[in-house]
Design a protein. Structure first.
Lengths: 114, 115
């Protein structure tokens, strides 16, 4: 079936540095999402993105976070600067429709902030 | 606010046995409900979904789930599990946000199938 790819699978960085997580969504999908899962906790919605704009963001989507998808390339999540509490697995998802349609998920990027 | 509870963090069953993974949801309106499975080093894969109609929905690989409005539940079942079913299973509810939807997930249930 359709696949969402995430690069890298694991990233280790020092606190205060910038990190960019990359997502290659399903090719014809129009809606894009980031979710965050801290070890042992629920996967939580961060942000969704459509037509070049953030549609909604949660309280977890801090000012240090930003998303973009320039010219149909990767859908990226940038954190600048990073903090210790940003350590988590970040899952990207995409969907064709914005309604209750199926969201396709990537395997996640494990971010470790030291 | 919508929420999802999966009361069992880990379930262990023998191969060939039947399976039920529990999911309770909280929602002020009839929700859209999903079960996802995550195999090691892979993304979440949709097993099945409920939007409306017949409360028993069929999914892939012999899985089914039953929606119960009275019990606010959406339990996942399989008549006979295989060792390859070992994975983490997530129940989720879809919440409308403007013109799009976000998923609210449970904590997940790790299923271990013993030979």
């Amino acid at each position: 079936g359709p696949k969402v790819l995430q690069i890298p699978s694991h990233q280790i960085i020092d606190m205060g540095q910038m990190v960019t997580l990359n997502c290659d969504p399903v090719s014809n999908h129009l809606y894009f999402y980031w979710y965050k899962q801290i070890l042992g906790q629920q996967m939580e919605f961060l942000v969704n993105f459509y037509n070049g704009k953030v549609m909604e963001k949660s309280k977890l989507f801090k000012d240090q976070f930003s998303v973009e998808r320039p010219d149909g390339s990767y859908f990226t999540l940038k954190i600048q600067p990073t903090a210790l509490e940003d350590s988590a697995v970040y899952f990207c998802a995409s969907s064709l429709l914005g309604g209750p349609g199926e969201q396709y998920f990537g395997p996640g990027t494990r971010l470790t902030v030291l | 606010a919508q929420s999802v509870t999966q009361p069992d963090a880990r379930v262990t069953v023998s191969e060939g046995a039947s399976l039920q993974l529990r999911c309770k949801y909280s929602s002020s309106v009839t929700p859209y409900l999903f079960w996802y499975v995550q195999y090691p080093r892979q993304g979440l894969q949709l097993l099945l979904k409920y939007y409306s109609g017949d409360p028993v929905v069929q999914g892939v690989n012999g899985f089914e789930a039953e929606f119960s409005k009275s019990n606010s539940s959406f339990h996942l079942r399989k008549a006979s599990v295989h060792w390859s079913d070992s994975a983490v299973y997530f129940c989720a509810v879809s919440m409308r946000t403007g013109n799009t939807r976000k998923l609210i997930f449970g904590l997940g249930t790790t299923l271990q199938v013993q030979p």
